[in-house]
Design a binder for this molecule. Structure first.
Ligand code: AHR
Length: 375
């Protein structure tokens, strides 16, 4: 069974739960010193939070109903990821009766498999996995099954095993198709007849990368667009900047579209294009597109620096909690739960697009919309 949940556009109630989210990385210093400081701060904050959580969990444990959850998170590569982590930590808090064992796998698949095995050893009640890559899962999921621990997959998909209870996430191919359909309509509205495109992909092997690439390429092939190059920026600002620096050197004057498969890559690409003297956005020579729709990206969209943003919704945790509650009640949860995605633009020249036979609205970004955004 398949279910859609409401868009984050109308999830204003979630705002209150979001202490931390997207929003700072366009100005984030990606140097190792800055990263080290952030990690120390995070570790200190985590220690303090762990002490509070432990106290609250002890109270709940006294009632005998604490639910232990292991969450093997991809890493901390993007603003989107920060929002996803925060969403889980807010929902699966000690105050809400959970003991959340969180592992940041730092984009390392081996670490992620070990994290899951660690959760099995700890005999947690449920395991949540956001799979870094979509394959290589069947053995460890069989181990979870043998241990009697239900697994819930979020965000990215697992494509080589069905040994999990439910998946909650985004339609990545649809996001890619939407970007392509918008680009076609936008180019027509602007009278641009030739599209020479550079793509900065997400992490290799991630279903988010695979789906967005598949969807966008389908439209590109149909329309006969020229995709000059497509390289991974690993879903990071630094990766986006590095790839774009090299694109600016190799393809100087040859491109008029840059598709970044997440917001942070777009921030890096903007820095690289600015440094190379390439103009982008509504008044520029290059049409810039990104995916995710975190607040900072929408700030840039409002300012006209990013032309369009295709949303990926990181607020899966409340839906995961529903799955866990269903399991705890002895019910069978839905196998697939899709979060709804919106599409955002700087200008109002493309009101709607047709994707998979459905009409999707292009929402023109406003300050009000950004202020109400939970991430
Ligand atoms: O899997 C979701 C993708 O991973 C998001 O687009 C990206 O920002 C994140 O790192």
């Amino acid at each position: 069974m398949k279910r859609k949940v409401v868009s984050v556009l109308v999830c204003a109630a979630m705002v209150a739960t979001m202490a931390v989210g997207c929003g700072s990385s366009s100005s984030t210093d990606t140097s190792s010193d800055a990263a080290a400081t952030t990690e120390e701060d995070t570790a200190a904050a985590d220690d303090a939070a762990a002490t509070d959580d432990a106290a609250a969990t002890d109270d709940a444990a006294a009632d005998g109903d604490v639910i232990t959850i292991g969450f093997a998170q991809v890493g901390h590569e993007s603003d989107w990821r920060t929002a996803s982590t925060q969403s889980c930590q807010d929902v699966f808090s000690a105050e809400n009766g959970y003991d959340l064992q969180f592992v940041d796998c730092d984009n390392d698949s081996a670490v992620q498999l070990e994290a899951v095995r660690g959760f099995i050893e700890q005999q947690v009640d449920y395991i949540i996995i956001d799979p870094i890559v979509s394959t290589g899962w069947d053995t460890v999921l069989t181990e979870c099954e043998d241990a009697g621990i239900p697994v819930i997959v979020i965000d990215r998909t697992i494509d080589d095993s069905d040994k999990y209870v439910s998946w909650v996430g985004s339609e990545f191919k649809t996001e890619g198709l939407a970007a392509g359909e918008w680009l076609k309509a936008y180019a027509e509205a602007k009278g641009i007849s030739e599209l020479n495109i550079l793509v900065i992909e997400g992490s290799t092997g991630a279903s988010a990368t695979i789906g967005r690439t598949e969807g966008f390429n389908e439209i590109a092939e149909r329309e006969g667009w020229n995709i000059i190059d497509s390289q991974t920026g690993d879903f990071t600002q630094e990766g986006g900047q590095t790839v774009m620096e090299s694109y600016c050197k190799s393809y100087e004057g040859q491109f008029n579209v840059v598709i970044c498969q997440n917001d942070n890559e777009a921030f890096g690409a903007m820095d690289a294009m600015t440094a190379a003297g390439v103009s982008y956005g509504v008044d520029g020579d290059v049409i810039l597109v990104s995916f995710d729709g975190c607040r900072t990206a929408l700030d840039y969209c409002l300012a006209g620096d990013i032309n369009a943003v295709f949303e990926c919704n990181p607020m899966a945790a409340p839906m995961v909690e529903e799955v866990i509650q269903a399991l705890a009640a002895g019910e069978t949860p839905e196998a697939e739960i899709f979060v709804e995605e919106s599409c955002f633009a700087s200008e109002d020249n493309v009101p709607t697009i047709e994707v998979n036979g459905e009409t999707k609205e292009m929402t023109v970004v406003t300050q009000e919309l950004i202020d109400a955004r939970p991430f």
